[in-house]
Ligand binder design. Structure first.
Ligand SMILES: [Zn+2]
Length: 290
């Protein structure tokens, strides 16, 4: 029996159903992709999707749009520690909301029939225990493997990659990350299941260089943030193609937290403001070539 799907209240004019697959069937059968679009704001993501400016992402997002969720943390380290413990962004409606993944935890009210329950302290090692090759392609500083703190999150994975070209300062960060992911996939034995995590750094400041005509002096803005998301969309199809080249892939694409551009006087993140705690989320299957 598949678990019942959740139906969310009206959002932007039409109800958007969020199918919740039985993760106990998915894990062990499919490859898995977790793509965090670091710092992406929900309002910008929804606006661009509605305007047809994210054709490659909306082709896969259920209902062609993003689900509104609450971030589990207000900055990269906190949010990813939570996600890797099984706490993905929470639907922004009163719960409880069953989770896709959860550590075995007595009394958990969000562990349901379709929840994949792991016995290790984090999802990454939990998937490794189920035969997955776990690979991290890092982006922002918490994944740069430079210094003790920059090793913590990549250190959860069997294999991790970070290059200066993947960083927030690189105008071609996502292309370089996707190329690394393609290489990883191409080198795996055919029967090896893969959990690939990619932390896309393009949205994180600085992002002004993604908007033609913008200048460093003028700095980042909602417009340059939007341009960075369009940049990611232009290249994300290659990542989806690689991840579904061997078998079906279950993909989760979300932001880890938003960021403020002067909203109510706030700038940046690691603070509690709606622009930070509201994030876009989507999950879907990528089908292999027929
Ligand atoms: Zn972040």
């Amino acid at each position: 029996m598949p678990p019942p799907s959740e139906t969310h209240p009206t959002r932007g004019g039409s109800p958007v159903p969020a199918e919740r697959p039985d993760m106990n069937e998915v894990v062990g059968r499919d490859d898995l992709l977790l793509l965090t679009l670091d710092t992406l704001r929900y309002d910008v993501a929804v606006e661009l999707a509605a305007a047809g400016r994210l054709p490659n992402l909306t082709a896969h997002l259920p209902g062609g749009t993003w689900e509104k969720r609450h971030a589990p943390g207000s900055f990269t380290y906190a949010s990813h520690q939570a996600m890797f413990a099984g706490f993905l962004p929470t639907p922004a409606t009163p719960g409880p909301h069953p989770r896709l993944f959860a550590a075995r935890f007595a009394g958990s009210e969000t562990t349901a029939d379709g929840t994949f329950v792991f016995d290790s302290p984090d999802l990454v090692s939990g998937l490794a225990a189920h035969g997955y090759r776990t690979v991290c392609v890092g982006g922002v500083g918490f994944f740069n493997k430079q210094g003790a703190l920059g090793d913590v999150l990549p250190g959860l994975f069997q294999e991790s990659h970070w290059e200066p070209e993947f960083s927030v300062a690189s105008p071609t960060s996502f292309e370089a990350q996707v190329a690394r992911a393609e290489k990883t996939v191409s080198e795996l034995p055919a029967d090896q299941r893969l959990f690939l995590f990619v932390n896309a750094s393009a949205l994180h400041q600085p992002n002004w260089f993604h908007l033609p005509g913008a200048t460093k002096d003028a700095g980042d803005s909602l417009s340059t943030h939007a341009a960075a998301l369009e940049y990611v969309d232009r290249h994300v199809g290659r990542l989806f193609t690689a991840m579904s080249s061997r078998r079906r892939c279950f993909a989760i694409v979300c932001s880890d937290h938003g960021t403020a551009y002067g909203d109510d006087g706030y700038t940046g993140h690691r603070l509690a403001h709606e622009s930070v705690w509201t994030v876009p989320y989507g999950h879907f299957f990528l089908e292999p070539p027929a």
